[in-house]
Design a protein around this ligand. Structure first.
Ligand SMILES: O=C(CO)[C@H](O)[C@H](O)COP(=O)(O)O
Length: 215
């Protein structure tokens, strides 16, 4: 069964508590939290005040995806704010191995996110050291975009790399996941499905999470 991680980017910020409680009560496994800085991506989402508030009531794993430059500056603060998984972009890190060591040093699981154009083989010398690959299946920065189908080929490549390197990394697919494409994403080898728009624009988000979980 896939792990389901609803993305709070598509939640109702006028009543975030209601959406966090909905996820608590649902069959979702994780909270996916997108932090954007307006520099790495052309959008600004939210930061520590929101994450700290979510952490007060969230009863599930907090999976934090940093779409920011110089993520190494903020690792300790994300640990304090309750992040369980912390993913940094390979494209944003000059010293990725050191950044992963810092994340582990703060007691968090470490993830590496990769953009749709970034080749999977660039992960070959880090894959054994990480817990998660957040594979972007849209260009990062916005929810509600269309799934880039080429990502399906990359999932299979990543699965092969993980097996070759005896890595324990989970494969997370982020962007454009729907009820229609979730089956083939899982068949390609994904372990975690992030879903923002699909969950929060559904008439019944709790039911939508259960449907994704059942695929
Ligand atoms: O990282 C992200 C955007 O950069 C979001 O997590 C992603 O887009 C999920 O949203 P949706 O399911 O609506 O596509």
């Amino acid at each position: 069964m896939p792990l389901i991680a609803p993305s709070l980017l598509s939640a109702n910020f006028l009543n975030l508590e209601k959406d966090v409680e909905m996820i608590n009560q649902s069959e979702a496994d994780w909270f996916h939290v997108d932090v954007m800085d307006g520099r790495f991506v052309p959008n600004i989402s939210f930061g520590f005040p929101v994450l700290n508030a979510v952490n007060k009531i969230a009863k599930k794993t907090l999976d934090v995806h940093l779409m920011i430059v110089e993520p190494e500056k903020y690792i300790a603060e994300f640990a304090k704010a309750g992040a369980n998984y912390l993913s940094v972009h390979i494209e944003a890190c000059n010293h990725l191995h050191r950044t992963i060591q810092m994340i582990h040093g703060e007691g968090m699981k470490a993830g590496v996110a990769i953009n749709p154009h970034t080749p999977v083989h660039l992960l070959s010398d880090i894959i054994a050291d990480i817990d998660l690959v957040c594979m972007m299946s849209v260009n990062p920065g916005f929810g509600g975009q269309k799934f880039i189908r080429h990502t399906l080929t990359k999932i299979a490549q990543l699965k092969t790399l993980i097996n070759q390197c005896e890595s324990k990394a989970l494969i997370e697919i982020d962007g454009g996941v729907t009820l229609e494409n979730a089956g083939e994403i899982i068949a390609a080898g994904a372990d975690v499905l992030v879903a923002g728009n699909t969950v929060f624009s559904a008439a019944n988000p709790t039911e939508m999470i259960s449907k994704l979980k059942a695929i």
